[in-house]
Design a protein around this ligand. Structure first.
Ligand code: ATP
Length: 447
């Protein structure tokens, strides 16, 4: 990794820790590789990403419904979906110290070899072998009878097994989709690049069922590729930092007939943060075979019965969040600012009384704060000098800072006004207190 980019990642990791976005998992115990904990600002950012996504794919569409399936499933579901057999990465092991790497991770393998060579040690690697990434757990209350189950390796299966339940309990008709988000777990051989590759992470996915017809599937595949890309652009990711990357036939997952990744130009190179996959009838057919359940769909108008094809969009929430952060990060003179889209920003506004020991200022500021927080996530800060408070809010991406100063309370004959500072321009303007609510409604409307 080139030096400036490495610095940028270090700065992002340090900002995340300092400002409460992301902490290493179980840090006081020395951590647990591949796990991360979201702090107060990070939890809000993550929630805002999920809310914006759910709003876009479920709430504003007639052709999509949402589910929330269990993480633990009957293990047969994972045999049916092919994960027990084929959810593998190629692994190589250093014969000298038994360190393990993904065979396609050339950078780390070379660096590891160089480390041994420096100590004049000979390096030999094992042949690549398949390593299954499903995480096992033991479920049950009687020690001897505990069943081995899997923590889901991707969230797709919980949707597929409920295909008929959804059709039978709602008014959906093909073409339609089912959306879901939630945790997934993978025994990643080499977790790394901060949250980019974790062992526990969250996904947000849509499975969109269409008639089994090549043209129809191709049309929806194109539609979802573009729709998803545009969603990220609408939420502020710079278009020049995004690209599509088609999978060559040999690189596709076992279930995919066609696959395109959406990649982000990250400090560690172009990197996948979501995929669009034409899964064909793989899932429903296999679940029908393995469970004996009928997974076919009957068209109510034509009477035609078929197993639909599935066009999937699968995005990592943690990777999306990381890329939203990187893309929003800017250093301008003395300040560091996260230019997050207001829809995603943890706090929409911060309210400050200029001085904490002046009751008139505090009282007015408090009433503005109480009023705005009924509708938006608003921060309160009355500590330290005002410049520091601005910089603190810039670093967590708060779009507006409202300061109640002496002019707010001494303008006799005028309704009280406050200064509103814009995060991106650092410019301030005076706004009548009675207009604040409308002022923010206009600027913070949902994406
Ligand atoms: P990669 O090639 O990076 O291992 P993948 O192709 O296996 O990813 P998918 O199985 O298609 O990924 O999963 C869909 C999405 O889930 C990915 O685009 C990514 O955003 C997210 N994801 C997958 N694995 C991880 C992980 N270990 N940590 C964080 N997010 C992940």
């Amino acid at each position: 990794m080139a030096q400036p980019e490495q610095n940028l990642m270090d700065k992002i990791v340090s900002l995340c820790k300092r400002r409460g976005f992301i902490f290493p998992g179980s840090e006081i115990y020395g951590g647990l590789a591949g796990t991360w904990d979201y702090g107060p600002a990070g939890a809000l950012l993550k929630k805002n990403i999920k809310d914006a996504w759910w709003r876009a794919v479920v709430e504003t569409r007639d052709d999509m419904v949402g589910v929330d399936a269990a993480i633990l499933m009957n293990p047969k579901a994972w045999e049916a979906s092919g994960h027990v057999e084929a959810f593998t990465d190629p692994l190589v092991e250093c014969k000298t110290c038994h360190a393990r790497f993904r065979a396609d991770n050339e950078t780390d393998i070379q660096a590891h070899g160089a480390g041994h060579e420096k100590k004049k040690e000979h390096v030999e690697w094992t042949e690549p072998r398949k390593f299954n990434m499903l995480v096992e757990a033991r479920l049950g209350v009687i020690e001897d009878e505990k069943a081995t189950v899997y923590l889901r390796g991707e969230i797709t299966n919980g949707v597929q097994v409920n295909f008929k339940n959804v059709v039978n309990s709602t008014r959906v008709r093909i073409p339609f989709g089912i959306a879901q988000m939630g945790k997934a777990f993978r025994n990643e051989i080499t977790p790394g690049n901060f949250t980019f590759r974790s062992r526990e992470f969250e996904q947000m996915e849509t499975q969109f069922y269409v008639r089994p017809d090549e043209q129809e599937a191709a049309r929806w595949f194109e539609y979802w590729k573009n729709e998803r890309m545009e969603w990220y652009v609408r939420l502020g990711i710079k278009r020049e930092n995004l690209r599509f990357k088609d999978h060559a036939p040999g690189d596709r997952a076992h279930y995919a007939r066609a696959a395109t990744d959406i990649e982000y130009k990250s400090p560690f190179g172009w990197a996948e943060f979501m995929g669009v996959h034409h899964r064909g009838d793989w899932d429903l057919k296999r679940h029908a075979e393995f469970s004996g359940a009928d997974m076919s769909y009957r068209d109510p108008e034509t009477g035609e019965t078929y197993i639909p094809w599935d066009i999937e969009t699968s995005a990592g929430i943690d990777r999306s969040l990381l890329f939203f952060l990187i893309d929003a990060y800017a250093e301008e003179g003395e300040r560091t600012v996260l230019k997050l889209h207001p829809r995603l920003a943890p706090y929409k506004a911060a309210v400050f009384p200029l001085l904490a020991n002046k009751p008139e200022l505090v009282k007015l500021a408090r009433s503005i704060y109480e009023d705005l927080r009924k509708r938006f996530m608003v921060a309160w800060d009355d500590r330290g000098n005002i410049g520091k408070r601005y910089y603190g809010q810039d670093e967590i991406g708060t779009p507006y800072c409202i300061t109640v100063d002496f002019d707010s309370i001494t303008e006799t004959g005028h309704p009280p006004s406050v200064t509103v500072r814009d995060r991106d321009t650092a410019k301030q303007e005076r706004v009548d207190v009675r207009e604040l609510s409308a002022y923010f409604s206009e600027r913070l409307s949902a994406a």
